[in-house]
Design a protein around this ligand. Structure first.
Ligand code: ZLM
Ligand code: CA
Ligand code: ZN
Length: 373
C-alpha cells in the first residue's frame, strides 16, 4: 500500500497562457510547480505524461454545444461583438476572452480526463493534474476564472467504470459547478470545504445537501475567516471518515485548491502547507484510486510549494524531502528563506468562537445520520 503508482500530467505550454495584466489567476504557477517537482527529482519516480488535448466533443459531455462552439472561436478581438450579438457566455473581468483561452481549457480538461482514464484502467493508483480543478465552470457559462469544468468531465469518465465517485474540494471557494452537475444523483457524493459569508460564489450553505435521488449526496462545510490546521483537521477527518464508511466510494477526486493556504491573495484561511497536504495524506492512506487536481491559489510561490509537496505526498516521499529548496529556475522567488514551507500568520481564527465549529460539525453529521446506512 505504501508505494503507489503515480501518473503525473503536465503540458509545457500551460504556463505560457495569461488571463491578462493584473488578473489574479496565473497559469505560470503550474510551470513553477513543475520546476520544483523536477528539481526535487520526483519526475523519475512517476509516469510523467503529456495529456491529450480535450476536443470540443470531449467537453460537450457536460457543456452545451453552443457554449463550447463559442469558446472555441472567441478571441480578445472578437469577444465584444460575439458577446453583443450572441448570449452572454463570458461575464466580466473574472473570465476574460484571453489569447488562447480554448487551448488552455483543452490542456486543463485533457489532463483531468486522461487522469480519469488511467485510473479507470487500473494503470495508476494516483493521477495528478495541477492544471485542473476549475470547479466553477457551468454547463452553459464560464464563472470564477473557470471556463471548462475539467472535474465534471473527469468524474463522468470515472463513472463509466466505477459505480460511485467521491469528490472532495479543499479550495477556499465553494465547488459550485461540480455540486450542481451531480446534485440529483446518488452515484457522486460532492463535499466542499470553503469560506462562507460575503464571499464568492455565495453558495455552499450547510443545509444544501442534494435533491431527489441525490439527497444526502452533497455535503457542504462552510467556514469563517482564519481557519487553522487544527480546526480544519478536526472537521475534515471525521467528516471524510464518515463519508468513506457510509458511501463506500470506488474512486476519489480531490480538488487541492491552494487559496486555502495562509497568506493567499484571495483566500482568507490560515492553513500551513502541512495542514493543507494532510487531506492528500489522509486520502492516500484510504488506498482508493485517487485523482489530485489543482484549482485556486493566488500567492503563486506558495501554490508551487504546496503542490510540489503534495506530489511528494502522493509518492509517499514527503518525509525524506529536503526542506531547503533545491536550485530551480525560479529560486529567487522563494526568498528570503528559500524553504519548502507555508507558515501560518497571526490572524484570528473565528471558527472556534462561540461554538461555531462544533455546531457546523454537528449539522453535517446530523444530515448524514438521517440517511439509510
Ligand atoms: N469583479 N483583474 C475563484 C474565483 C473568484 C465577482 C467581484 C472583478 C476577483 C478578482 C480580475 C485585473 C477558484 C467575484 C470581482 C474585478 C465581479 C473574484 C481582473 C481582482 C481582479 O484585478 C483584477 C483587471 C480580477 C478578479 C480580483 N474575482 C477576486 N475574487 C471572484 C471570483 C476561483 O479559486 O475557486 C478556482 C480557480 N469574483 O467576487 C465580482 C463578483 C467581478
Ligand atoms: Ca471548497
Ligand atoms: Zn478558490
Amino acid at each position: 500500500m505504501s508505494k503507489r503508482r503515480v501518473a503525473y500530467y503536465y503540458d509545457n505550454d500551460v504556463g505560457l497562457f495569461s488571463y491578462g495584466l493584473g488578473h489574479p489567476m496565473k497559469p505560470h504557477r503550474i510551470r513553477m510547480t513543475h520546476d520544483l517537482v523536477s528539481a526535487y527529482g520526483m519526475l523519475d519516480k512517476m509516469h510523467v505524461l503529456r495529456p491529450r488535448r480535450a476536443s470540443p466533443e470531449n467537453m460537450t459531455a457536460f457543456h452545451t454545444d453552443e457554449y463550447i462552439h463559442f469558446l472555441s472561436r472567441v478571441s480578445p478581438e472578437t469577444a465584444e461583438e460575439m458577446t453583443y450579438h450572441g448570449s452572454r457566455f463570458l461575464v466580466g473581468e473574472d473570465n476574460p476572452a484571453f489569447e488562447g483561452v480554448f487551448e488552455f481549457c483543452s490542456i486543463s480538461a485533457g489532463g483531468s480526463i486522461d487522469a480519469a482514464r488511467r485510473v479507470s484502467l487500473g494503470a495508476a493508483d494516483i493521477a495528478i493534474n495541477w492544471a485542473g480543478g476549475l470547479h466553477h465552470a457551468k454547463k452553459r457559462e464560464a464563472s470564477g476564472f473557470c471556463y471548462v469544468n475539467d472535474i465534471v468531465l473527469a468524474i463522468l469518465e470515472l463513472l463509466r467504470t466505477f459505480p460511485r465517485v467521491l469528490y472532495i474540494d479543499i479550495d477556499c471557494h465553494h465547488g459550485d459547478g461540480v455540486e450542481e452537475a451531480f446534485y440529483t444523483t446518488d452515484r457522486v457524493l460532492t463535499c466542499s470545504f470553503h469560506k462562507f459569508g460575503e464571499y464568492f460564489p455565495g453558495t455552499g450553505h450547510v443545509d444544501d445537501h442534494g435533491r431527489d435521488k441525490g439527497v444526502g449526496y452533497a455535503v457542504n462545510v462552510p467556514f469563517r475567516d482564519g481557519l487553522t490546521d487544527a480546526a480544519f483537521k478536526g472537521v475534515f477527518e471525521p467528516v471524510v471518515e464518515r463519508i468513506l464508511d457510509w458511501f463506500q466510494p470506488s474512486a476519489v477526486v480531490l480538488q487541492c485548491g491552494a487559496d486555502s493556504l495562509s497568506g493567499d491573495k484571495l483566500g482568507c484561511f490560515n492553513l500551513t502547507m502541512e495542514g493543507h497536504a494532510n487531506s492528500v495524506q489522509y486520502l492516500r492512506k484510504s488506498g482508493l484510486p485517487l485523482i489530485l487536481l489543482g484549482g485556486g491559489g493566488y500567492t503563486i510561490k506558495n501554490v508551487s510549494r504546496a503542490w510540489a509537496y503534495e506530489t511528494a505526498c502522493a509518492l509517499n516521499v514527503e518525509e525524506t524531502i529536503d526542506r531547503n529548496l533545491p536550485w530551480n529556475a525560479y529560486f529567487e522567488w522563494f526568498g528570503p528563506r528559500y524553504r519548502l514551507e507555508v507558515a501560518e500568520n497571526n490572524m484570528d481564527d473565528l471558527n472556534p468562537k462561540d461554538g461555531y465549529l462544533e455546531s457546523i460539525k454537528e449539522q453535517v453529521f446530523k444530515q448524514m445520520s438521517a440517511l439509510p446506512f
